[in-house]
Design a protein around this ligand. Structure first.
Ligand SMILES: [Zn+2]
Ligand SMILES: [Zn+2]
Length: 455
């Protein structure tokens, strides 16, 4: 069983039960629409006619007939902090639990919704939420194996860490002349549940995306299969589009060598001769980002992409090579808002260090008053965009420079996401070209191997 948080810190929860549910004490809750709100004793539950159903510290509702009964939840956040952020109404199988949020002070009273379901049911939704259920079956099988591996590795790590706090991100005092801010999100920060349902962990949009027999078969045919390395289940990371080459684990998270997540693999048949590498060298990175290497994920055919991408990702088309313009005022506001620093007018954005996929790991922002060094890849993407840049693999072109101050910065970039591990677009194209899920997994995760975690 997996516990997944669907909603956190909500002022109220609106949901509909299709079929009968029951509480742990055996009380039947009939089908219908309900609203839960915070109460001094925990949670107050009312039905569609606003009649009081009950007051309890926690509400845990399990379907009487798990094969038939589902619950539908309104206002579920999707893509928090990213350019595809939105709210949706989603349906789920399994148990619905509503709790008071522990993270917020009790006076403010917010609620958290947790869904408990069998791991294999969770995986059917994850692979169809991360990509389309209409994607090729060998790709869906590869995704089922890595999503299962990631889940089991995450659960094991959570059990080992127990109550100890997550390893800190580093941040130097902002008082120093040039502070260096190095941050990354740690996925083991959840305490009250196993995983969240959004991009922070793995996307889990409930029952609605699971529309194909292929998605069901992909999970069933790989039942219990995981990637392993030296006897341990792999922490199999993945992202939407590597941009042509994969990234090192340490460029996105803590400084650690993970052999099956080593970057610098060309996402294609053979490294093209006209693109020198390694991409950690600035001149090579510029040629790479400004060019169009023949990678699997270099995919622009709209109709084919519609079959590969889930609905919320379909509007994003320019992910292999992209361009963004940042106005001077906007950039200053971002630095203030994101880092709490006033650099004055920004003179330069200087690449200091790149990873194996050409993604920036350290970037210096030179202002009139002071400068700051920012890392790692996600923090750089956050500091340069309110909705998070597609990736940190970019080249900067200052424009309309007066007295050393550019009016704007044009960014030319490559890829979507951190680029570590499997490239979802590239892997889907490999499957389309007839590769098996074993070949796909070997391409992205060698020297890891496939093994059976449970039967
Ligand atoms: Zn999470
Ligand atoms: Zn790729």
């Amino acid at each position: 069983m997996v516990s997944v948080s669907l909603l956190t810190d909500a002022e109220q929860i609106r949901f509909t039960l299709t079929g009968e549910f029951r509480t742990p004490k055996g009380r039947i809750v009939p089908p219908g629409r309900y609203r839960a709100t915070p109460h001094p004793a925990g949670i107050e539950l009312r039905d569609a006619q606003d009649r009081l159903v009950g007051i309890a510290a926690t509400f845990s509702l399990s379907p009487m007939n798990p094969a038939m009964a589902v619950f539908t939840l309104e206002d579920v956040p999707i893509g928090k902090g990213f350019h595809w952020e939105q709210k949706a109404t989603q349906s789920y199988a399994g148990t619905l639990t509503i709790r008071a949020s522990p993270s917020i002070s009790e006076a403010s009273g917010r609620l958290t919704v947790i869904n408990e379901i069998p791991a294999e049911t969770y995986l059917k939704s994850v692979i169809s939420s991360e990509m389309s259920a209409r994607a090729p079956v060998e790709f869906l099988k590869a995704h089922a194996v890595i999503s299962r591996s990631w889940l089991l590795a995450n659960l094991a790590r959570r059990a080992n860490e127990g109550e100890s706090p997550p390893p800190p991100s580093e941040r130097e005092a902002p008082e120093t002349p040039e502070p260096e801010i190095r941050r990354w999100t740690n996925r083991t920060t959840h305490r009250e549940f196993d995983v969240c349902a959004d991009d922070h962990c793995q996307r889990y949009y409930g029952l609605s995306p699971v529309t194909s027999d292929a998605a069901m078969a992909a999970v069933a045919e790989t039942h219990g299969q995981v990637l392993t390395f030296h006897g341990h289940v792999c922490d199999a990371r993945f992202s939407k589009c590597c941009g042509g080459a994969t990234e090192d684990y340490r460029s996105a998270w803590e400084d650690r060598d993970v052999p099956y997540l080593r970057g610098g693999r060309f996402d294609g048949v053979e490294w093209p001769a006209n693109f020198p590498h390694p991409l950690t060298i600035e001149a090579h990175a510029v040629t790479w980002i400004m060019g169009f290497p023949p990678a699997y994920c270099h995919m622009t055919n709209s109709r084919e992409l519609d079959d590969l991408l889930p609905e919320i990702d379909r509007p994003t088309r320019d992910f292999f090579r992209w361009e963004r313009t940042l106005e001077q005022e906007e950039l200053q506001a971002l630095v203030k808002g994101r880092l709490g620093l006033d650099l004055g007018a920004i003179r330069r954005l200087e690449p200091l260090e790149r990873g194996a996929s050409s993604r920036l790991v350290r970037l210096r922002l030179v202002g009139e008053r002071r400068s700051v060094v920012v890392g790692k890849e996600l923090e750089i993407r956050r500091v340069l965009s309110w909705t998070c840049l597609y990736s940190s693999a970019f080249v900067v072109f200052p424009e309309d420079v007066r007295w050393g101050i550019p009016r704007r910065f044009r960014l030319r970039g490559a890829g979507w996401g951190h680029g570590v591990g499997l490239c979802q677009i590239g892997a889907a194209i490999m499957a389309q070209q007839g590769r098996t899920y074993r070949e796909i997994l070997a391409h992205y995760y060698a020297p890891a191997e496939i093994a059976l975690a449970y039967t």
